[in-house]
Design a protein around this ligand. Structure first.
Ligand SMILES: [Zn+2]
Length: 528
């Protein structure tokens, strides 16, 4: 009778998973490695044992159980899989190609968990986002934000105006829906139109909906330079949103961008430390590169010129008087960014691909602003650029803060998508010695997990999920560069995601072991 019941369940696809987990959970022993557990300042040499999807032992080497899969990790670093809290991987996860959904660019760096929906981009339909992913399989664990952009667009389109009460309530309901469906928080990109059209109070009202449900406020802040209100006021605005919305504030890819603010990292840190000292929860992530990645449109065009979207923007560029006004502001924005040589054009398949803006302008015998407008008008999108605008001293100062963690901000056109973690290791640990190896690992694993409330990941401890990277400290390095950004990292020997080998012998296995990380809202804050 028991067996016939099992047969029925198996036929319905229900029993197989449970049976496999209970009966044949694989045991993997990573033996003899130098173990960094995600929070300790010093390593220990020994074994990490994984059973099923869970870590069951971390300590001195001992005899492997019979039938275990043994991986020789002698001479290797064994650490929790890296957590990347700011990625633009959403479009890869949405691919119909199973290979693309593995996210090899991240996987080969040793990343096991990524966050999507950042910069205000995340859909409020979090449940269907996760359901679709799970139906198709994917390589890395995924957490998702509900983002301001689709929320505001759904209610106000691309308009540069404030919502009325009814519209604000409609937006609040969308944020609440995303949170109740498992979002980790509410993200904004207040630098970008149409989000930039929102005043502080509007954002705080929406952030409060996430706060009520245990979420975090993650922001690509309004100004990282001197574009509008200036970076200091922009930091104050984010802190105010956190206080009014009663939720933690997390600064995405913290930096001081451009010639006007370089050298001001100390002043920004002071603002944040003061808020932290007063009891506010404030954190940040950072990518270890001196260039940001954005678009010509976002980096050079004034916000008002983008009001209403692409068609009205193109019309403004047609009108000689308006165009002259736009050009004047673009010239100033270009100066802020360090001039036309500081912008490297990265959209593939164009005449200007891999050229600096000053170079293509010279070829066209146009001034750089006119060349930029030509690219914005002709481009299918807005012209991806790598923008060299950060000073090494500021990067190092931010990196040393105990409330800063590693992120990639990974998207096509910038090596950070393929090589952020090895870049931090190779440049800031080994070469420049800004931080030590344990700090690199802790700020890429345990500190990140603790910051975002991932209670069962980010540490090598019994009972935690078996997300583990094994890398060769001598070989682990970035291969991608600004000019050739699409090169996979080398040096990760093996990688386990929920206990399953995603990389073995330095090769991806094709196993798609990623899971959706759904944040559950406190009781009574969601319908049902
Ligand atoms: Zn951003």
């Amino acid at each position: 009778m028991m067996s016939s019941l099992l047969a029925v369940l198996a036929a319905a696809g229900l029993a197989t998973g449970a049976t496999a987990q209970a009966g044949t959970a694989t045991t993997t022993v990573l033996t003899g490695g130098t173990i960094y557990d995600g929070s300790s300042p010093k390593p220990l040499v020994g074994d990490v044992v994984l059973r099923g999807d869970t870590i069951v032992y971390v300590g001195p080497s001992r005899k492997a159980p019979r039938g275990a899969h043994v991986v020789d990790a002698r001479g290797m670093i064994v650490a929790p899989g890296f957590i990347d809290p700011h990625t633009h991987a959403g479009r890869f996860l949405g691919s119909t190609d199973a290979q693309v959904r593995l996210n090899l660019a991240w996987m080969m760096q040793g990343v096991t968990t990524i966050f999507t929906g950042v910069d205000g981009g995340g859909t409020p339909d979090v449940a269907s986002f996760f359901d679709d992913l799970e139906a198709r399989g994917f390589g890395l664990n995924v957490a998702a934000y509900v983002g301001f952009s689709p929320v505001r667009r759904a209610v106000l389109g691309d308009d540069a105006r404030a919502p009325d009460d009814k519209e604000l309530n409609a937006m609040k309901a969308l944020v609440a829906k995303g949170m109740c469906e498992g979002a980790i928080g509410f993200s904004t990109g207040l630098f970008y139109a149409p989000q930039s059209f929102a005043k502080t109070g509007e954002v705080a009202a929406l952030a409060a909906e996430a706060g009520k449900r245990g979420g975090i406020y993650d922001t690509h802040q309004r100004d990282e330079a001197t574009y509008t209100i200036g970076i200091a006021k922009s930091v104050e605005e984010a802190l105010e949103i956190g206080r009014d919305g009663h939720l933690p504030v997390h600064f995405a890819h913290i930096k001081v961008l451009g010639v006007d603010v370089q050298g001001q990292s100390g002043a920004i840190i002071e603002l944040i430390d003061k808020a932290r000292a007063s009891g506010q929860v404030v954190t940040a992530d950072q990518y270890p590169w001196d260039a940001s990645g954005t678009s010509l449109q976002a980096s050079l065009l004034p916000g008002w010129a983008q009001d209403g979207g692409r068609e009205p923007m193109l019309a403004r560029l047609e009108d000689p008087v308006t165009r002259a006004k736009i050009e004047t502001e673009m010239r100033e924005n270009l100066r802020r960014r360090g001039g036309a040589h500081a912008l490297l054009l990265t959209d593939p398949g164009h005449e200007w691909t891999a050229m600096r803006l000053d170079e293509i302008a010279a070829r066209w015998t146009l001034d750089p602003v006119a060349a930029a407008i030509r690219i914005i008008r002709d481009g299918d999108r807005s012209g991806k650029v790598v923008s060299f605008n950060m000073a090494e001293g500021d990067i190092a100062t931010f990196m040393r803060q105990p409330w800063v963690v590693t992120s990639s901000d990974g998207s096509e056109g910038h090596p950070r998508m393929y090589a952020t973690f090895p870049q931090k290791y190779a440049h800031y640990v080994k070469e420049a010695e800004v931080i030590d190896l344990a700090t690199f690992i802790n700020s890429s694993t345990g500190r990140t997990a603790d910051m975002f409330g991932l209670t069962d990941r980010g540490h090598l401890k019994p009972g935690y999920k078996a997300d583990v990277v094994v890398f060769d400290p001598a070989r682990y390095r970035p291969v991608a560069t600004y000019v050739q950004p699409r090169e996979l990292t080398v040096g990760v020997e093996s990688l386990f995601v929920n206990g399953r080998a995603a990389v073995l012998g330095s090769q991806p296995t094709g196993v798609a072991a990623g899971r959706a990380i759904r944040r559950s809202a406190p009781p009574g804050t969601c319908p049902g």
